[in-house]
Structures are given as C-alpha cells and as structure tokens.
Design a protein around this ligand. Structure first.
Ligand code: NAD
Length: 273
C-alpha cells in the first residue's frame, strides 16, 4: 500500500508514482498500463514529454475510477503568461481525455524571461476554475518562491526538483518544508547511471536483500520525498513499487546522505529555458 502525503491545500498525493519522461509517445500507453496493473495510481507527465495522449489512453482503458488516480502535468516553457498557462492546461486536458488534472506545475522558472509570477496567477485561475486540484512549481529556487510569496496569494503545494544521493538538496528541501511545500524528487535514482553501482548503495542492498534501486527509493521515502521513478521494463516497474515492506536504519540513511556531491544531471534552473 502506497502512503499518501497531505499537501498544503488538503489534497492527498500518493508518495510513489510512475514518471514518463523519455517514454516514446507510441509506447507510453503500454508502459502506463503495466504500471497501473502493478498498482501505481500516480502518473507524472508534462507537455514537454509529448506523451499525454498515450497516458490518457491507458487511463481510459484501465477503467480505474478517476478519483483513485493522481495525474500531474506541467506547463511547457513556451507558455509563460497568465492566459497561456490556462489555455495550455485546456489543451493538456483534451489530450489526456480528463476533466481535470490533480496537479499542474510550472515546469521551469525561466528567470531570464521573468514571467513566472504572472504565469502563477494563471495557475491560481486554473485551480479556481476546477481544472486542477492542486498547483505547484518545478525547479524553483528559494528566490523564485520568495517572489511568489510576496506577489501572489497562493503558496505552491509542491516543488518538484532534482534530488538523488549525488544531489541531496538538503537546503532546498528544508526551505520547502519550512514553507509548507512538499518536495517531489525528479530523477530519484539518478537515471540509473552509475549511482546504482556505487559501493555505499550496493553494501546496504546486499545486507538487507533488496536491489540498489529499492534502497535509493526507500531513502527518498524516509526523507519524506515524493518520487516517480521511470522505467520501460515491467520487472523494474514492479521492483520500484516494492519499497514499503522494509526500512533503512538511521545509519543507512546517513551514509547515503554522505554520498552528496552537489552533482546535477539536469541543467541549473537559473540557466534553463
Ligand atoms: P529516474 O531516476 O527515474 O531513472 C530512470 C532510469 O533508471 C530508467 O530509464 C532506467 O534506465 C533506470 N532504471 C529504472 N528502474 C531501474 C531499476 N529498478 N534498476 C536499475 N535501473 C533502473 O529518471 P527520470 O526518468 O529522469 O526521472 C523520473 C521522473 O521524474 C521522470 O520520468 C519525470 O516524470 C520526472 N522528471 C521531471 C523533471 C523536471 O524538470 N520536473 C526532469 C526529469 C524528470
């Protein structure tokens, strides 16, 4: 059973979901079906991933009641304005075949464009119109969040940021938590490259009889992060779901924390978009 986290607007989000970044549009329906069959009920997509239609098809075919699913999408970087934020959500809803999403995120702050505050006002409009249950941001630094707090009336429910053992983001996670913002961790297993072979992870995995991916995902869960690992492989989609029948010790968590190298996979949010 996947636990839920209560967001600052009262909405409950499953702490584990399925991410669909870099899943081919023609394959995504099959992969999301596999995830739903295993028991995932939270799907993380984005306009930028160009696969919302397939996500919607899998949801429609599944017959799972809408209120048992949690669907997130994100505004594309070419949509930073109050009007476009709402218009592009309508287009996402058409592609997804849904009346509303559960969470709508500003994908990147694009501070050089300096339009994320007015874009956020469009997000407030979309929430009022019932097109999304919650609104949040992604890749926002404290200075971007501080501006939203000063210039608008809604605190984001989540901040989706890059977090994995090579980039533990202690300060930004603490900022989020001090402001009532839940942290979602993107690329939670570091896109699988290198990280999962590291000795510190392998030692724990061998001792407790779990896989490296399960150890890293469990580390996130014990930090209170929301995660949605991506995989195209049904056996791995299932492996990544089985992280609620064991616990890491405090020492295990601390030893993974010590792997931090402030090493990003993705771009610095101040320079992207
Ligand atoms: P991830 O950390 O989830 O890694 C996925 C990769 O790890 C897979 O492609 C596969 O190669 C490998 N893998 C998966 N399960 C494995 C297992 N059990 N054992 C060994 N290897 C395994 O990376 P991600 O897809 O970048 O991130 C997850 C999700 O986060 C995305 O799908 C997307 O929804 C979201 N995301 C958001 C942003 C953003 O800017 N907001 C950026 C990147 C990703």
């Amino acid at each position: 059973m996947v636990p839920t986290i209560k967001l600052n607007d009262g909405v409950e989000i499953p702490q584990l979901g399925f991410g669909v970044f870099q899943i081919e549009p023609g394959q995504v329906a099959e992969k999301v079906k596999a995830a739903l069959d295993i028991g995932y009920r939270h799907i993380d997509t984005a306009q930028m991933y160009e696969n919302e239609e397939g996500v919607g098809k899998a949801i429609a075919d599944s017959g799972i009641p809408r209120d048992e699913l949690f669907v997130t999408t994100k505004l594309n970087n070419d949509g930073h304005s109050r009007d476009l934020a709402a218009k592009k959500l309508d287009e996402s809803l058409d592609r997804l075949g849904l009346e509303h999403v559960d969470l709508y995120l500003i994908h990147w702050p694009q501070p050089t464009q300096n339009r994320y505050v007015e874009t956020w006002q469009g997000f407030e409009d979309a929430k009022k119109a019932g097109k999304t249950r919650s609104i949040g941001v992604s890749n926002f630094n404290p200075e971007h969040l501080d501006r939203l707090a000063k210039e608008t009336s809604t605190v984001p429910s989540v901040n989706q940021i890059e977090v994995h053992p090579h980039l533990i983001q202690a300060a930004l996670r603490e900022y989020n938590s001090n402001h009532g913002i839940a942290t979602e961790a993107w690329s939670p297993i570091g896109q699988g490259k290198g990280l999962l072979e590291e000795e510190a992870i392998a030692t724990i995995a061998q001792r407790i009889g779990k896989t490296p991916a399960q150890v890293v995902l469990r580390w996130h869960i014990q930090h209170g992060n929301i995660v949605f690992p991506k995989s195209n492989t049904p056996s791995r989609i299932e492996e990544n779901f089985k992280i609620f029948d064991f616990e890491l010790t405090g020492d295990d968590v601390a030893s993974i924390d010590r792997m931090n190298a402030d090493a990003r996979i993705g771009p610095n949010p101040n320079d992207f978009g």
